[in-house]
Design a protein around this ligand. Structure first.
Ligand code: AKG
Ligand code: FE2
Length: 320
C-alpha cells in the first residue's frame, strides 16, 4: 500500500489496495491514514453496493438516509443514491430546475454530513460510478487547519460554545418547501459543540458548515457574522483540495473535521451517478442534543417540530 499526500492540509491518495478484500493489518493502516489525512482517495475500486457497505461498516455502524424529495434512499436504507437520472423514468436526465436537483444542490454549499442529526456522521464514502466530462468535482477543506490558524482571541471566544444546526434552515437558504410537513417533524434542530477533538489523536477542529445556524447564548446577528467569518476563514482558496472524479474512485472523508461541497456540472446533458455510505458518529457532541425553540425559528421551523421528543421535556414540562 502506498500513501501519497495530496495537499499540505489534508488528503492522500491510497494506492495498491482492493477494498473488498482488505486484511485486518492493511485495514489498520487505512484507519490510521484516515485519522491523519482526513480525506482518502482510493482509485479504481469497482465495488458493488454490498461491498461498499461492508467496507464502510468496518469503521462502525452505518447511518440511515433521511427520506427527502429525491428518494435518495430508494436502493437501500444505508445507501445514498446521488444521481441526476430520473428514478421514475430511467435514462432521463434531471436538470437543475427539477425540484429533486434543487434539493441536491444543497450539497454545493460547504457542509459536513448529518450535522443536523443528534449523532452526526463520522465519515462518508462516496463512490463515483458515472462522472461528467467537466465539472462535478468534490472539494474539501480542513476544519483542523482552520482551528490551528485562528487568532488566540477568536479561539477563546469559540471554546465551549454550542451551535444549533438544522437542515430546515440550510435548505431554506436555497428554496422554500423542500420538505413535506410530515417529514419536517422528524428534523428538529440539534445542538453541536463548536470545537471538537479527534478521539484518537486529540487534534482539535471547529465544526461548522451550511447546517450551522446560530451560536447559542449570543446575539443572533453577531453569531451569524461569526459563523460566516469562520466559514470564509476555513474555505480560503489555498485551503481547498479539489477532487476531479475518474469512474470508480472511492473517496472517504472525516466529517468531524472536514467540510466538503459538490461542484455544478451540465446536469441536463451529462450523467453523474454517485453512491454514498455514511458511518455514524459516536454520540451527541453536546448534551442535551435537542435545541430549544426561540423566536428565530419562526418562519423556518414549524410549530410542533420536535416537540414530542422525550429529550426536550424538562422537569418543568415540555421545553418551548
Ligand atoms: O456530489 C458531491 O460531490 C458531494 C455530495 C455530498 O455532499 C455527499 O455525498 O455527502
Ligand atoms: Fe455531503
Amino acid at each position: 500500500m502506498k500513501i501519497v499526500p495530496l495537499h499540505p492540509h489534508l488528503g492522500a491518495r491510497v494506492e495498491g489496495v482492493q477494498l473488498q478484500a482488505i486484511d485486518d493489518a492493511t485495514f489498520a493502516q487505512v484507519f490510521d491514514a484516515f485519522q491523519e489525512y482526513s480525506v482518502l482517495v482510493f482509485p479504481a475500486q469497482r465495488l458493488i453496493d454490498e461491498q461498499q457497505m461492508a467496507f464502510s461498516e468496518r469503521f462502525g455502524p452505518l447511518e440511515r438516509t433521511i427520506r427527502a424529495v429525491g428518494k435518495e434512499d430508494r436502493l437501500h436504507p444505508n445507501l445514498v443514491d446521488l444521481s441526476n437520472i430520473d428514478p421514475d423514468h430511467d435514462e432521463r436526465l434531471l436538470g437543475w430546475n427539477d425540484r429533486r436537483m434543487v434539493y441536491q444542490s444543497g450539497n454545493q454549499l460547504w457542509h459536513t454530513d448529518s450535522s443536523f442529526k443528534p449523532v452526526p456522521a463520522m465519515a462518508s464514502l462516496l463512490s463515483g460510478r458515472e462522472v461528467p466530462p467537466a465539472g462535478g468535482e468534490t472539494e474539501f477543506v480542513s476544519m483542523r487547519h482552520a482551528w490551528d490558524t485562528l487568532p488566540e482571541a477568536t479561539r477563546r471566544r469559540l471554546e465551549g460554545r454550542v451551535v444549533v444546526h438544522s437542515i430546515l434552515y440550510s435548505r431554506s437558504t436555497i428554496a422554500p418547501d423542500l420538505f413535506d410537513p410530515e417529514h419536517e417533524r422528524e428534523l428538529a434542530p440539534v445542538r453541536q459543540a463548536l470545537v471538537r477533538a479527534n478521539p484518537v489523536n486529540g487534534r482539535q477542529a471547529i465544526y461548522i458548515g451550511s447546517h450551522a445556524w446560530y451560536i447559542e447564548g449570543m446575539d443572533h446577528a453577531e453569531s451569524r457574522t461569526l459563523l460566516d467569518d469562520l466559514l470564509t476563514h476555513t474555505t480560503r482558496p489555498e485551503c481547498v483540495l479539489q477532487h476531479r472524479w475518474t469512474p470508480w474512485d472511492l473517496v472517504m472523508w472525516d466529517n468531524r473535521c472536514v467540510l466538503h461541497r459538490g461542484r455544478p456540472w451540465d446536469a441536463a446533458r451529462h450523467k453523474r451517478v454517485m453512491r454514498r455510505t455514511t458511518i455514524a458518529g459516536e454520540g451527541p457532541t453536546a448534551e442535551p442534543p435537542w435545541a430549544t425553540r426561540t423566536p428565530v425559528w419562526d418562519g423556518i421551523i414549524a410549530e410542533g417540530v420536535g416537540a414530542g421528543h422525550p429529550a426536550r421535556t424538562t422537569a418543568r414540562g415540555t421545553a418551548r
